[in-house]
Design a protein around this ligand. Structure first.
Ligand SMILES: Cc1cc2nc3c(=O)[nH]c(=O)nc-3n(C[C@H](O)[C@H](O)[C@H](O)COP(=O)(O)OP(=O)(O)OC[C@H]3O[C@@H](n4cnc5c(N)ncnc54)[C@H](O)[C@@H]3O)c2cc1C
Length: 414
């Protein structure tokens, strides 16, 4: 073990929430280290290529996309829009979202870390920690066969999986049943340039094939990623008909099923549907998308009622109008909408561990029930919780009152 590196604030995970957290902590003038096991930044946004940022805009049937998310998320989206050359899209239900390019997302994350002098450790896996009854004292990481130990002031878990709470044996919020995983892939050489027509053709042809028993029932869980049809290429998301268990071998099995699904689907489309006649698989996203993982138990657990009743909190640090999206293994997505033009808030307490004074969480592993995280996990929200967690962790490392910091976040961001 190589001794010892110090970080005032250590951020675990380089996804949307981790980038936001690291930037905020660095803005507070602290030494910040970000640990990421992948060789690139972006988390699910780039590894699973989910393709659009949701949770940035108001839920509204108006055509114009109006921001509901806080200032950092808005600035992030505006930069990404320029780098990607995209604009917000909306659907008739009133949902607005921003398509982006994968490489533009990676570049923006990298630029932000450089600009704020965050020390990044890519290809680096956090595997253990030491703690007292009330504090995480240090964490150990492994990079290319070498181990290092970081002593820390405070730490933010943006692993998407409550990993620090798992390693510290702290109380976790688990699900009895996890949402369906999905795989994104890209087809090239399509003979259709209108995305909505392509989506309709795909849906109609798959329904017909299922009815005629040429394809299995689960081929109805196939979706075009909005805004992805360019240069005769399109990205498609398939819902995987296999349970997500979070057991180590589960990920391999999901990946195997995804590849079989893609090849069967593509083969059928090429043979039977004229717009796909010349198509072939250009690319398969490196990672299967796991929607929900384990979550750290915080000082408050966000609930389904908070979401659906659009509850506001005195320590609310994120505004959210995204619906509860439930993706199951055996059916298409079920969506429960909020009241139009309204929103709920996420209290700062959802980002604070209920046992460790210097442990914070952000993104898809904040303290929330199954139904609540099914709304709060989208990236526009991860950017907001990440940014707030960064300031809160900085306040904890500096020993300044958290209540003042939360007040400042609310004034500046919302
Ligand atoms: C199929 C699918 C489709 C989706 N579609 C959309 C969409 O269209 N729009 C939208 O806004 N949201 C969408 N989401 C949700 C959204 O993508 C995620 O909830 C969000 O990106 C999570 O961000 P995060 O920062 O919390 O976690 P992640 O993006 O998961 O980042 C966690 C990071 O931590 C790293 N990490 C984990 N453990 C370790 C370790 N031990 N050591 C070092 N690094 C580690 C991981 O490598 C990863 O990079 C989708 C999700 C899925 C699965």
């Amino acid at each position: 073990m190589n001794e010892l590196t110090h970080a005032d604030v250590l951020v675990l995970g380089g996804g949307a929430s981790g980038i936001a957290a690291a930037v905020a902590a660095a803005k507070a003038g602290l030494q910040v280290a970000l640990i990421e096991r992948n060789p690139f930044l972006g988390g699910l946004a780039t590894a699973a290529e989910v393709g659009t940022i949701c949770g940035l805009y108001k839920f509204s049937k108006k055509e114009s996309s109006e921001y509901i998310a806080g200032r950092f998320a808005k600035d992030f989206a505006e930069c990404l829009k320029i780098k990607s050359g995209t604009k917000p899209l909306f659907n008739p239900s009133g949902l607005h979202y921003l398509p982006y390019h994968i490489e533009a997302f990676k570049k923006l994350c990298s630029d932000l870390l450089d600009e704020h002098k965050v020390k990044r450790f890519l290809n680096t896996k956090l595997y253990s920690l030491s703690r007292s009854d009330t504090k995480i004292e240090s964490v150990s990481v492994n990079t290319e066969g070498e181990s290092f130990r970081f002593t820390i002031g405070s730490v933010i878990d943006c692993s998407g999986d409550g990993l620090l709470s798992q390693l510290a044996d702290l109380p976790l919020i688990k699900s009895e049943h996890y949402q369906a995983a999905a795989q994104v892939f890209t087809l090239q050489n399509l003979n259709e340039t209108d995305e909505s027509i392509l989506g309709l053709v795909l849906m109609k042809e798959l329904r017909r094939a299922i009815k005629e028993k040429k394809l299995a029932l689960y081929f109805d869980r196939v979706y075009v990623i909005p805004g992805s049809l360019t240069h005769h290429c399109v990205s498609i998301k398939i819902g995987l008909p296999l349970d997500v268990t979070h057991a180590p071998e589960n990920l391999h099995e999901l990946k195997r099923v995804a590849h079989t699904f893609i090849h069967e689907l593509t083969g059928y489309l090429i043979q039977h549907v004229p717009v796909f006649k010349n198509a072939s698989v250009l690319h398969i996203a490196p990672q299967v998308g796991i929607r929900v993982g384990l979550r750290t138990t915080g000082r408050y657990i966000l609930t389904e009622e908070d979401v659906l009743q659009c509850k506001k909190f005195e320590d609310g640090i994120a505004n959210v109008s995204w619906p509860i999206e439930e993706w199951e293994q055996d059916r298409r997505v079920k969506i429960r909408y909020l009241k139009e033009d309204d929103f709920y808030q996420i209290p700062a307490r959802c980002l604070q561990s209920n046992t460790m004074d210097n442990l914070f969480t952000a993104g898809k592993c904040i303290s929330a029930t199954d139904a609540a995280i099914a709304s709060a996990r989208v990236m526009g929200v991860c950017l907001q919780t990440g940014y707030s967690a960064g300031f809160m962790a900085a306040a904890s490392a500096l020993n300044t009152p958290l209540a003042d910091t939360i007040k400042q976040i609310r004034e500046r961001e919302l």
